[in-house]
Design a protein around this ligand. Structure first.
Ligand code: GLN
Length: 496
């Protein structure tokens, strides 16, 4: 058998079922790898907690009482609250914060038999595209230690890519599952808004936040998504009241005759030549499988940037008001009155990007500016959703790049934060419309240290199955998702 860390969730599951591997052995193997991590991808882990869960899982296996993902390890982005590990959301504000309950998706995955490995680094409160906004330091891209892993779920993507965990949870508000998945060469899906419960997910922008899985391939994402989704109306009123779905049941359908839309706005001037080429090659693979490509237009694509960077900060300014030094997290040591305590606690606890967004949000919501910014943004958000509605009358699915380029260098965009906002252009539209979208590895750049390229697939509401099937059919024909920084030689020397 190949190394345990090479195995996918599906393969681990089979090995656990036929008892060729044990849950404790698998958990210990990943714990050993995590202990040697040089990427900064984990913020906390606990052999004690993990091995206890693995032993309990093995008992169930021994008694043939297997849950669907029995014994499969998973690590969680640190924006999901957990009883057994600290939950910081990448912020100094929540250093050492321990929740009294588990987020719904954390408990759902545990019920499905998953063994928790720990918590993963991310941009502070999920605000960022490079993981450089974490209060606990950046995460390095396993393919090139001088490159960012993407963000905000950078720790999740890097840890899966470096095989420190077979799978991870992530959150995507404006691209935070898709873009890091693309930068690290793994597969990730953001389901339709409302598919996965937001209960226990530390809120950034509530009308956009969605949880989803990040793993080696579409099959694994389908397995994990099935375990994560489901209504949770008592605790998240925006959760969709849909029956549980087995997303793996639709993975073997022919894509013959499937109409895939190519939005011309996604293939304009700003797109890196190597990304364009990789997408053209992916297109020809899908054409060989019988898909038909149709030109479509998403005319408001460019406006998704100002719209998102008004709505998300507006919601963030409201959501983050709970961090006041009284109820949660950091409290300043010295203060003379209540107001000063609030001010100092927040000034000390939040990082620069978070403060910037709180201020932007408060500004666009303030009397006199609300109509000019926030209300306009809401109107255009509606129009963006209408663009997709029209597009889906011409095609079944949309394909495009995840990001305009491959991973950029650490520190490269620090002096020009706007350029990192602009790089979100292809992920924001689906987020604003609440549509399911995923990232699928489709190439590598040509460079001394080649970097992964991702293709984005966007589906109509609740059509995750269609996305996952196309991705799976594509992965049956290609090897990009099998490429690993461990075997490419990139992880030798500085990272291993
Ligand atoms: N890069 C976007 C932002 O900084 C998206 C982040 C996310 O999806 N959480 O807000």
């Amino acid at each position: 058998m190949s190394d345990i860390h090479n195995l996918s969730v599906a393969e681990l599951s089979t090995a656990l079922r036929n008892k060729s591997l044990g849950a404790v052995e698998i958990a210990q193997h990943f714990l050993n790898r995590i202990a040697q991590d040089k990427l900064g991808s984990f913020l906390s882990y606990s052999p004690e907690v993990t091995l206890k869960a693995a032993k309990a899982s093995q008992e169930r296996i021994n008694q043939n009482q297997l849950a669907p993902l029995e014994g499969v390890p998973i690590a969680h982005k640190d924006v999901f609250v957990t009883k057994d590990f600290p939950s910081t959301a990448g912020s100094k504000m929540l250093v050492n914060y321990k929740s009294s309950f588990d987020a719904t998706i954390v408990s759902k995955l545990a019920l499905a038999g998953c063994v928790p490995l720990g918590k993963l680094n991310c941009d502070e409160f999920a605000m960022g595209s490079s993981n450089e906004n974490s209060a606990f330091g950046p995460v390095l891209n396993p393919w090139d230690s001088k490159a960012v892993p993407g963000g905000s779920s950078g720790g999740s993507a890097a840890a899966v890519s470096a095989q420190l965990t077979p799978a991870a949870t992530g959150t995507d508000t404006g691209g935070s599952i898709r873009q890091p998945a693309s930068f690290c060469g793994i597969t990730g899906i953001k389901p339709t808004y409302g598919r996965a419960s937001r209960y226990g997910m530390i809120a950034y922008a509530s009308s956009l936040d969605q949880a989803g899985p990040m793993a080696k391939d579409a099959m694994d994402c389908a397995l994990l998504l099935g375990a994560m989704c489901g209504p949770d109306l008592d605790r998240d009123s925006t959760s969709l009241d849909l029956p549980l779905e087995d997303f793996t049941a639709h993975l073997n359908q022919s894509i013959k005759g499937l109409r895939i839309g190519l939005p011309n706005e996604f293939f304009g001037e700003g797109l890196d030549g190597q990304v364009r080429l990789a997408l053209e090659q992916a297109q020809s693979v899908l054409t060989d499988l019988g898909a038909q490509f149709v030109p479509i237009s998403l005319p408001k694509t460019e406006l998704s940037i100002p719209v998102y960077y008004i709505i998300a900060p507006a919601e963030a300014s409201s959501n983050l008001s709970r961090f006041d030094g009284v109820r949660y997290g950091h409290r300043a040591k010295e203060y003379s009155d209540l107001m000063e305590m609030y001010k100092k606690s927040r000034a000390e606890g939040f990082g620069a990007e978070v403060k910037k967004r709180i201020m932007t949000g408060a500004y666009v919501l303030s009397h006199g500016y609300y109509d000019a910014y926030y209300l306009q943004a809401q109107k255009i958000r509606r129009m963006i959703a209408e663009d997709f509605k029209l597009a889906f009358s011409k095609c079944d699915l949309i394909m495009g790049p995840v990001a305009p380029s491959t991973a950029w260098g650490l520190g490269e965009k620090t002096a020009d934060p706007l350029s990192s906002y602009l790089a979100d252009i292809f992920t924001l539209p689906a987020s604003l419309a609440g549509l399911p979208a995923m990232s699928v590895p489709c190439g590598m750049s040509k460079a001394a240290k080649p970097l992964p390229i991702g293709m984005q697939l966007i589906g109509n509401y609740v059509q995750e199955s269609k996305l996952l099937n196309v991705a799976h059919q594509y992965q049956l024909q290609t090897q990009w998702h099998k490429m690993s920084p461990l075997t490419s030689g990139n992880m030798s020397g500085d990272l291993e």
